[in-house]
Design a protein around this ligand. Sequence first.
Ligand code: IMP
Length: 195
Amino acid sequence: MSRPAEIVFATNNDHKLREIRRIMGPKWHVLSLADIGCHDDIPETAATLQGNAEIKARYVREHYGYDCFADDTGLMVDALGGAPGVYSARYAGPGHDSKANMELLLKNMEGVADRSAHFSTVIALLIGDRMLTFEGSVHGVITTEPSGDGGFGYDPVFKPDEADTTFALMSADEKNAISHRGRATAKLIEYLSDI
Ligand code: IMP
């Protein structure tokens, strides 16, 4: 078997790395930011998921010289006008964790009948001088209370339309098969396998 191809994924989120490595399989050796010695807090200052993903990919190229891909994800809740959206990681304010974000979301959704929402992931791939983007999304509803302790982020309060349980109650494979990141990554892999 030939050696796996190296590619940098511009993240230090262990959950995301595990998910991506599992989705991409043994053909790829996915390096994290820590693996390339990058411990910088890369600014995410764009107003869109695509903009933030591109900033991260460009940052790694400019400072570390690697081809890489970066992702940005948002949870868009219809009844909240698309919030928390691009600010999903900081919904409860800077320095707050996923639990605080989830609690604020449930509070803001108290008594709200329309609970429809979707996750969207944009992956920016910077390879040579080409920047490409791949999008994946999954539609579902915000539950009234958290259930399950798998996954990460808003997983305990998001139930995709294609399933009977929240993401946090699914196995990694079940989640990856229908998730925003799984779908965006499938497009990335299809592209990478053709070049
Ligand atoms: P990021 O851009 O991927 O860092 O994600 C932004 C925010 O969305 C963070 O608060 C994450 O916890 C949350 N998030 C990203 N992906 C997922 C997911 O697959 N499930 C639940 N929450 C997620």
